[in-house]
Design a protein around this ligand. Structure first.
Ligand SMILES: Nc1ncnc2c1ncn2[C@@H]1O[C@H](COP(=O)(O)OP(=O)(O)O)[C@@H](O)[C@H]1O
Ligand SMILES: [Mg+2]
Length: 268
């Protein structure tokens, strides 16, 4: 099933262009897993793109490939006009677990990419600004174990932003947080995106989160992951969690996405 809204491919000004991308993993018993099949996505500078899809459909694989942390088998992947050939300072990544180093303070953790990644970009926001922006201003000298899960995840986001990347890739970043903290993090992320003009790709299991944050929601099929819909979210910003649910577009898109996901069945 191909959704009629597909067809945003080939625009010259795409910051990230994923073209007919496929990925197959070999398995230990000599078989293979076809993770991604012919994926095409164009993402323009400053867009916020949410990706939803059934478990195991290749979302994390796609994100890792865009981050330069994994390699694809077929197709092309172009970032700012160049083929992706590994991790780039233009890309910050946030995973579900903050993965802070326990023996370093919060500030040292956030500064880590600047220490290991070479020269700091001039236009970068300072580490202290990042900590203040995410409500961690008072916690720079604390150690990760002294922070709540939400605060650790904020520190992880600060670390991803430390080198002032143009692109922020997020793989279910709020999946392990309680509902209220998650809502607060959604608001903070909207603010970060609006203030710092990043290009964001967010993978999420939450349709409401995808719609609240995204300009577009991309829906993937069950494995091998293909794009089955690329939906524009035409809801004005800044959005609030209370008002967005009253918007007619929200109800329409949410039921369309739910329908598409349900049609994929339960997988894995
Ligand atoms: N390194 C790997 N080696 C073998 N198979 C993998 C590897 N990484 C992921 N897979 C498989 O590829 C498929 C897609 O995985 P993933 O991208 O993590 O899906 P999602 O993030 O959508 O849940 C799954 O079946 C998974 O088991
Ligand atoms: Mg995943």
């Amino acid at each position: 099933m191909i959704h009629p809204s597909i067809g945003q491919r080939g625009s010259a000004e795409a910051l990230i262009a994923v073209q007919t991308l496929s990925k197959v993993y070999p398995t230990v018993n000599g078989g293979y897993v076809h993770a991604l099949d012919n994926v095409d996505i164009d993402i323009g500078e400053g867009e916020f793109v949410s990706i939803v899809g059934p478990s195991g459909c290749g979302k994390s694989t796609l994100l890792r490939i865009i981050a330069g942390l994994d390699v694809h088998d077929e197709g092309r992947l172009i970032l700012a006009g160049r083929d992706i050939a590994g991790p780039s300072p233009d890309v910050g990544v946030v995973f579900q677990a903050a993965n802070l180093l326990p023996w370093l303070t919060v500030r040292e953790n956030v500064r880590l990419p600047l220490r290991v990644g070479g020269k700091k970009k001039q236009s970068g926001t300072s580490v202290d600004d990042l900590l203040a922006m995410t409500g961690l201003g008072e916690f720079g000298e604390r150690y990760p174990y002294e922070l709540s899960g939400g605060m650790q995840q904020r520190a992880g986001i600060c670390r991803a932003l430390a080198r002032n990347p143009r692109i922020l890739l997020m793989d279910e970043p709020f999946g392990a947080l309680d509902a209220l903290t998650r809502e607060r993090m959604n608001l903070e992320l909207q603010n970060i995106w609006q203030t710092h003009k990043k290009t964001v790709i967010l993978i999420t299991h939450s349709i409401s989160e995808a719609l609240f944050l995204g300009n577009r929601v991309i829906v993937m099929s069950a494995r091998p992951g293909r794009i089955i819909a690329d939906l524009k979210v035409d809801i004005p910003r800044p959005r609030s969690l209370d008002s967005i649910i009253l918007h007619p577009e929200y109800a329409r898109l949410s039921s369309e996405i739910r329908g598409l996901l349900n049609a994929q069945g339960e997988v894995e």
